[in-house]
Write a protein that binds this ligand. Structure first.
Ligand SMILES: [Zn+2]
Length: 370
């Protein structure tokens, strides 16, 4: 019931002036007359003044102010009362200017001061309605499935190139961390991942062979030329390895891969790649490896290749050090000398025409001033 004492102090005209023109809230008016805000609400009803909806208080007026030499739209923050440009407020559809009533700073301060409280509350709400919300979402999704999928697709392809670029940039920036994380995750459940690999391998067998065929057709000329070059270099470089020696080398490595656990599908690998125009097929430059390792190393410098993360993963490092020692010894060099020799070959590559069969690479290296 409206308080008669208040009614005697506050006429209809005064109240409508305060409430409708000055846009004061019932609470603000109640404070002025030292009473409860419900009393003012009752009084409004009695005077027949239409009340505003709850929360539909005064909206801040948009004004023009100068900011960084430009005239921009601004409004007053309801907390710090400062007039700030609209961009200093977060987006808020319902509020004036399409921005929230509190400025960004005040909002941030509020969150910081009430962090645990807000967090607890939102978590509680989340779990209270968790099952309900899940069900609702499911129903909604199944109802609008096609629409949602189409919208997602459109959004994805609307800035596809940009997204790809961004992803790529992010990947390159954090490559090491990402790879390390993937490696750890894989190691956690290695059996499962191996099983998945096997399944994927079988599943994509046909696809892969089609791809390889296509690739071959497209790059026929280059592939043929490269293989010819390789064969010619093989012929021009020293070829002193006998069958007996090759058998001995294979037995030195227990008839398995020199760098991994594989026992089959082995290739003869040249430590100094044939395509460099150095090395050759002799004791001290060849050893058996699994074809995958052979392909992975290809014609890169072995000492550079071994530093790659994906290589370290597939190669047994103990075996790698043993192999280096083995080859160095066969070349009658220390490990450091052998390393120098290999990097000298890498820096002084020769074409097939430049190969001079009078001197071996090792002799040339010993003669070189560096
Ligand atoms: Zn503020």
């Amino acid at each position: 019931m409206a308080n008669n004492k208040v009614q005697s102090k506050l006429s209809r005209e005064e109240l409508s002036e305060l409430y409708l023109v000055q846009y004061k809230s019932t609470r603000e008016i109640a404070k002025m007359f030292d009473c409860n805000h419900t009393t003012i609400g009752d009084l409004l009803k009695r005077y027949g003044i239409p009340s505003r909806p709850v929360g539909g208080g005064r909206k801040a007026q948009i004004v023009q102010i100068e900011h960084n030499g430009q005239m921009v739209e601004a409004k007053q923050c309801t907390v710090c009362n400062e007039v700030k440009p609209l961009e200093d407020f977060n987006i808020g559809r319902k509020s004036s200017g399409g921005r929230q009533p509190k400025c960004k700073e005040c909002r941030k301060r509020y969150y910081r001061n009430n962090y645990t409280h807000i967090n607890d509350k939102s978590m509680m709400n989340y779990y209270k309605n968790h099952e309900d919300n899940k069900l609702k979402l499911k129903v909604y999704y199944s109802k609008h499935k096609d629409q949602i999928r189409l919208a997602r697709k459109e959004k994805y392809y609307s800035n596809h190139q940009e997204t790809l670029l961004l992803k790529r940039k992010g990947y390159l920036q954090n490559r090491e961390t990402i790879l390390e994380r993937q490696r750890l995750k894989r190691a956690e459940n290695i059996e499962y991942h191996r099983e998945q690999d096997r399944k994927r391998y079988i599943k994509r067998k046909e696809q892969r062979s089609i791809y390889h065929q296509k690739y071959y057709e497209m790059n026929k000329a280059t592939i043929k030329l490269n293989s010819k070059k390789r064969k010619t270099s093989l012929k021009s470089l020293p070829f002193t390895l006998t069958e007996q020696q090759w058998n001995q080398i294979q037995s030195d490595f227990n008839y398995s891969c020199a760098l991994s656990e594989h026992h089959s599908d082995l290739n003869m690998e040249h430590f100094i790649p044939v395509s460099w125009g150095h090395g050759g097929t002799y004791v001290g430059n060849v050893y058996p490896v699994h074809w995958k390792i052979n392909r992975s190393k290809s014609d890169t410098n072995p000492f550079v290749w071994i530093e790659r993360n994906d290589v370290k993963e597939s190669v047994d490092m103990d075996k790698w050090y043993r192999l280096i020692g083995y080859l160095a010894e066969q070349n009658h060099l220390s490990v450091n000398e052998f390393r120098d020799f290999v990097s000298w070959c890498d820096k002084n590559k020769r074409t097939v025409e430049e190969i001079d069969s009078k001197y071996s690479s090792i002799e040339l290296w010993k003669q070189s001033p560096f």
